[in-house]
Design a protein around this ligand. Structure first.
Ligand code: FES
Length: 81
């Protein structure tokens, strides 16, 4: 059984926490928690599901395609609309 991770999510300027399964993509985890994220190909090709992932400890961030990204730590995710 995989470890569950709790993430802080910033979506439309509102912060909340969700449990995610690291074996599933971030897109699937967000959808499972009721978030509607733009997407199209769901295979990492089109870029329509871009999100911003911020590392709480360093302040560094990266842009990632939610459909092919799996979260491995407790970083905060800020979704770019
Ligand atoms: S839905 Fe196309 S890259 Fe994620």
């Amino acid at each position: 059984m995989s470890k569950k991770i709790i993430l802080d999510i910033v979506f439309n300027n509102a912060m909340s926490k969700i449990n995610i399964n690291p074996e599933e993509s971030i897109l699937i985890n967000l959808e499972s928690n009721g978030y509607k994220i733009k997407n199209s190909c769901r295979r990492g090709l089109c870029g329509s599901c871009l999100i911003k992932i911020i590392d709480h400890t360093t302040g560094n961030f990266l842009l990632a395609r939610a459909c092919v990204t799996h979260q491995i730590n407790d970083s905060m995710i800020e979704i770019i609309l």
